[in-house]
Design a protein around this ligand. Sequence first.
Ligand SMILES: Cc1cc2nc3c(=O)[nH]c(=O)nc-3n(C[C@H](O)[C@H](O)[C@H](O)COP(=O)(O)O)c2cc1C
Length: 203
Amino acid sequence: MKYTIICGSQRKESQSLKVSNYIKGQIESTDNKSSVTILDLGANPIPFWNEGFWEKTDYWTAIWEPISKVLTESSALIIVSPEYGGMVPGVLKNFFLFPSINEVGHKPALIVSVSAGMGGSYPVSELRCSSAKNNKICYIPDHLIIRNVNSILNGEGQEANDSHDFYIKRIDFSLNALAMYAKAMNPLRENNYLFQPDFKNGM
Ligand SMILES: Cc1cc2nc3c(=O)[nH]c(=O)nc-3n(C[C@H](O)[C@H](O)[C@H](O)COP(=O)(O)O)c2cc1C
């Protein structure tokens, strides 16, 4: 099974990228039939959306086609978002203007929010509330909020606070749940009913 992780930090070498790499490693080491692609919006931000995207200009085709292919081939998605000023970072909001129902519609997605402190709840509600209307990505009920992120998931022999073991187990649970949703939802997308052009956008 193919997964895509969207790493929504605006920073290169971010804590969100650390978490994304950990998740990729967990998936690929527990299931050798699975592969994970990370789209790191910190290192490779997508330019701000403009009408040229809808007009399918060469400029936008060159940017979007490789990303579209990765998303289209994926059965499950993981959105990793830091909390910036109680919000989802701008690069991630911009990202959600691009994918259509054909790329992410009716695919399960796990939200992973990241905070250096005790925050991290706002990106979860923001993503659930306002990122899925037209692309019809399906957030699973479980989500993860990785708090005090600097002190966990740092690798063997590195700094680890008391919650480290809890997060390891909780991340595994959420990844197993996501895989179960992905298997159950794959057949859904074989039916064109859900992809009728007249109703491709949500209300
Ligand atoms: C512009 C900016 C705003 C931030 N605002 C918040 C916030 O509202 N809540 C919070 O818990 N952490 C906040 N942080 C700290 C992040 O939790 C911290 O940078 C953490 O490492 C996750 O972000 P990263 O993935 O970009 O590294 C903010 C960081 C930046 C750069």
